[in-house]
Write a protein that binds this ligand. Structure first.
Ligand code: PMP
Length: 438
């Protein structure tokens, strides 16, 4: 029998066990980077077990991958979790229901574009995309069109790490090209022209319309990230393309799925990025900032038309039901996070960070090796003309007292909305330092 373990680990012991046993996201990358050990996190600061480059605390420039919009340890979220914990942390959702999940579903319907009406509460972003795809395929099957089961997407996208989402990630330079021979074969349109403010481009519009028209008989849905393509390359594009997609999908009988997992809850300056275009999708995925980054929960919303279509099928149920669906603890925190966001001038705060990032990154485009600098909402990106040395770039940011996680040719930041002006300036200095070092 193994002896029970007591006491905490030293940093050295912890790192040794980590190296030996633990998979990190997209790890291991032997010798490329040793993780920093985080002891606690409060506000916009991560407290490390040991100083790194002279800093015991790092300002978080990542919001734990878009999610910690209120910073860490927010008392409102903690109180919501504590209160819910005293009632129940989890019960199965099949045949049972409860207030946190019902309130959350109703609130999401209220704040997302009409006519989204039904909500599936998933346990991760990737699963919410799986569910979105399942909804679309099942819808067409129910309507007697089972051949409509392919998806069209933009190159350069990223939608998660499970099978269907991987099939709509960038097929070439993207993270999942390893699997390209085994994944469902989807239809890829060129990525939209770079830039939020780009002028109309009739040739690109024709390209999108032609592809949708040509493949309409086999397309279940178009699946895209609205306005910002995140992990596939941190590209921004014009909301006009969403309007083109909406129109073309309507003309040719194809559903439109918007993946707002990264862009949702204010990040781009609109509550949801679809708001820049004034359109509504048939199906929409949200996650990440849904719980303020505190617990794992995501949601797939669909219109009544999609739900009714599924209900008319030979199997009139949405065939999906993860164990932790509708988790009451996560739902209670999500409710608190959404209300906390909506009760404040989130547009003003995101705008303030946008201004800080624009000012702080001004001139960075003239540094050697910098190809492009772009800012939208609370997102700042410096793109280099080469792949970065991640370990060197991360350390350079840490020397400025900031946590960043550069990858490929990108140094980028999406700070919590509560980041003060001085800390935004510090993050910008760290982005420049990381770009120069890597
Ligand atoms: N879609 C987008 C746009 C994302 O940015 C992500 C996460 N990076 C996902 C889907 C997958 O979400 P999760 O990591 O929670 O599975």
């Amino acid at each position: 029998m193994p002896e029970p373990r007591t006491g905490s680990l030293t940093t050295e012991e912890l790192l040794a066990l980590d190296r030996r046993h633990v998979w990190h996201p997209y790890g291991p990358m032997p010798g490329r980077q040793e993780p920093f050990v985080v002891e606690s996190a409060t506000g916009v600061r991560l407290r490390l077990a040991e100083p790194v480059a002279g800093h015991r605390e790092l300002v978080d420039g990542m919001s734990s991958w878009w999610s910690a919009i209120h910073g860490y340890g927010h008392p409102v979220l903690h109180d919501a979790a504590r209160e819910q914990l005293n009632r129940m942390s989890h019960v199965m959702f099949g045949g049972l229901t409860h207030e946190p999940a019902v309130r959350l579903a109703a609130r999401l319907v209220e704040i997302t574009p009409e006519p989204l009406e039904h909500v599936f509460l998933a346990d991760s972003g990737s699963v919410s995309v799986e569910v979105a795809v399942k909804m679309c395929l099942q819808y067409w099957r129910s309507l007697g069109k089972p051949d409509k089961r392919r998806l069209l997407t933009w190159r350069g996208g990223y939608h998660g790490d499970t099978w269907q989402p991987m099939s709509v990630c960038d097929p070439d330079g993207g993270m999942h090209h390893l699997w390209s021979g085994s994944l469902p074969r989807q239809v890829f349109a060129d990525a939209p022209p770079d830039g939020f403010d780009t002028p109309p481009d009739p040739a690109y519009e024709a390209h999108l319309r032609e592809l949708i028209a040509r493949h309409a008989d086999e397309l279940a849905a178009v699946v895209v990230e609205p306005v910002v393509q995140g992990a596939g390359g941190m590209r921004f594009h014009s909301p006009a393309w969403l309007r083109v997609l909406r129109q073309a999908c309507d003309e040719h009988g194809v559903l439109l799925v918007l993946d707002e997992i990264a862009t949702g809850f204010g990040r781009t300056g609109e509550l949801f990025a679809a708001g820049h275009a004034g359109i509504a999708p048939d199906v929409m995925c949200v996650g990440k900032a849904l719980t303020g980054g505190m617990l794992t929960m995501a949601a797939t919303l669909c219109t009544a038309a999609v739900a009714d279509g599924i209900a008319r099928g030979e199997v009139p149920v949405l065939a999906h039901g993860p164990t932790f669906m509708g988790n009451p603890l996560a739902a209670a925190v999500a409710n608190a996070s959404v209300e906390l966001l909506l009760a404040q001038d989130w547009r003003g705060e995101v705008g303030r960070i946008e201004t800080g990032l624009r000012e702080g990154l001004a001139g960075t485009e003239r540094l050697p090796g910098v190809r492009d600098v772009r800012v939208l909402g609370a997102i700042g990106v410096v793109q280099l003309d080469r792949d970065i040395d991640m370990a060197a770039a991360t350390r350079a940011a840490a020397r400025e007292g900031v946590w960043l996680r550069p990858f490929r040719d990108l140094v980028y930041t999406m700070p919590p909305y509560v980041t003060g002006d001085e800390d935004v300036a510090r993050i910008c200095a760290a982005v420049r330092a990381a770009a120069a070092a890597g």
